[in-house]
Unconditional design. Structure first.
Length: 214
């Protein structure tokens, strides 16, 4: 398998899932900050020019949520997607919630702070998006209660997506309730999450060194 990614992007979700699953994979660094997502060879993989992309024996998959689910299916022993139908449904429910409810206000803030062309930005939208994130995060906090994981008593793919969104929120300086902050920190401290962060960082640093040397 080959994961196309870049540090500080949604590709961390995919790398984290691969690390949790113990999957062997190559990491291909695509420097989004230098426009490499617009290169023809990358657009051939993902016409949208976005990361992450996972390629598994010629099968190219985009969308971070779908990639995490695919990794979970390819490596069932990882337990990332529970086998029991209702547990699995709960897991999918939180995965969809992460992408549809938690992530959207974050993406709105990021787009209107820096990602959109300057003439398209509407900074006045930010307080509303921050409020929406707070409402969605509150629902996660209520569902979690004092438990360590979102689904049953085991780590699943839902924790990857939700914890990643909460970290994104923290990096945008949005407040998190103490219990949610503890949950986020605990998930990101997992050895697999740390390895994924390191793998992405190391790939970026290696590319930088190569550039400096060439
Ligand atoms: N819904 C997609 C969003 C992917 C996305 O927007 N990725 C960003 C990095 S986090 C990207 O590649 N942006 C480059 C661009 O828009 O040109 C997913 O979850 O995979």
């Amino acid at each position: 398998m080959r994961l196309y990614g870049c540090h500080n992007t949604r590709s961390l979700r995919a790398a984290w899932a691969l690390e949790e699953a113990g999957a062997p994979y190559e990491y291909a660094f695509v420097n989004l900050f230098k426009g490499e997502g617009r290169r023809p060879e990358f657009l051939a993989l993902n016409p949208g020019g976005k990361l992450p992309v996972l390629v598994d024996e010629g099968f190219a998959l985009t969308e971070s949520g779908a990639i995490v689910a695919y990794v979970a299916d390819r490596f069932p022993a990882s337990g990332l997607l529970p086998a029991d139908a209702r547990r699995r449904a709960e897991c999918l429910r939180w995965m969809f919630f992460a992408i549809g409810e938690l992530e959207q206000p974050l993406w709105t803030i990021a787009k209107h702070r820096f990602a959109l062309p300057a003439e398209r930005r509407v900074p006045a939208i930010e307080p509303t998006a921050a409020w929406e994130f707070g409402v969605a995060a509150g629902l996660v906090a209520d569902a979690l209660g004092a438990r360590a994981f979102l689904v049953g008593d085991a780590f699943t793919a839902a924790d990857i997506l939700v914890a990643h969104c909460l970290s994104w929120g923290a990096s945008l300086k949005l407040p998190l309730a103490p219990a949610l902050e503890s949950y986020r920190v605990a998930q990101l401290a997992r050895p697999a999450a740390r390895r994924a962060v390191e793998r992405e960082k190391a790939a970026a640093e290696a590319a930088k060194r190569m550039e400096a040397g060439s």
